[in-house]
Design a protein around this ligand. Sequence first.
Ligand code: FES
Ligand SMILES: [Fe+2]
Length: 456
Amino acid sequence: MSETADHTDTAAEDLSRPLTIGVEAYISEEWARAERDRLWAKVWQQVGRVEELPEVGDFLTYDILDDSIIVVRTSPDEIRAHYNVCSHRGRRLVDTPEGAHDGRGRGRQFVCGFHGWRYDLEGRCTRVPEREDWQGTLTDDKIKLGEVRLETWGGWIWITMDPDAEPLWTYLEPAPTLLKSFDLERFRYRWRRWLVFDCNWKVALEAFNETYHVPYTHPEFIPFGSFLGWSRVQGRHSNIGFEAPKGLEENQGKLRIGGGVDARVSTAEMQNFIWENANTNTTETLVDVANRLAAELPDGTPPDQVAKYWLETARREDADRGVVWPTVDPEAVAASGTAWQIFPNFQIGHGQNNMLCYSARPYGYDPDKCIFEVAVYQLYAPGEEPETEWVFTPPDHPDWRTVLPQDFSNMAAVQKGMKARGFTGPKPNPYRERAVANLHHNLAKYMGAGAPRDLD
Ligand code: FES
Ligand SMILES: [Fe+2]
């Protein structure tokens, strides 16, 4: 791998000029191996939700390449992380059942299945059979589980394997500031699915971090209006948003009304289409209210009034049953856009009452495969949150319905094309696909190679 890092300061870099990216980061096994120490060992990674570990002793595991991490609730107000490896002879302490998303459970201690060494929730080794045989050399410090840094933000648990990493909040900025009023920590999973794609983790994420593909990959959306949008550099992260529809403020661009001649009807059509074919980006309340717009609003109601009525009614009806939407001022809605690409591998598609998130990570050192997670969240009345778990769902499974498989269908084909002799490298749209360039711009800083180059 070459050592030609681009050390341009991202803060001063909006990446608005035409750029091209090398294919090495997508297809090289050597690159995938280098990511282990240069990227994954350094960054903050989202590993689950706080509410997944409600009781002391609840734990889950998170695997990234050769490393596995136990994330465990140690007290009502503390979650900690340890390396998931026994200090005796290195057996993985908590196994992931065959085919499961992770290893999880509840307990007071972790017992290694090989020779029975035991560890408490804090990672201290509490029992070594025949410990005296080590002649007093097995000090507590030598045999405790390795510590991993953990912090929470937005209701998510984040870990970093770098003891010297900056605090989570400053790593994530400006996302926490721009998303603050959305109260993301109040959202709960509606459903969550995971799968393995035949493409690099970057190819999978880049299928979702731009709006340029919408009219071509999802032609069914064309009658509902334009879904094209902008893409902005936000330090090491990026965000994307739709252009404001004609006649509407940009702050209303987040929850789209239909673009047909009668906004009452086209809003209902679009909501039903999304609900049935994606089951993302909307809620039952929003669909129900949309279906009543034609009956409740007069003919000729202008689109901005339709949108206002629709959202205000849905907000009120949700509040009446204990589902309280956050109050987000219109400027914050406009500035936050529709989705954030948190470096390197997490996308938050936030909303005021629902959310759609994607994560991708390597599947071993095969650059042509990745683990991908899709999670839909919404706000629930207290006590009405559904029980969910990660469900392995292959790309052709009917539970994905129709819209997401359209995105999936490009992935393996892009991965193949990246290796083709005739391909000279990705050329992301400098306006709509800036998040693609920014991912590689920042990746290059960690990897010491692969910075986007000027196209001309
Ligand atoms: S490897 Fe864990 S007790 Fe021996
Ligand atoms: Fe898409």
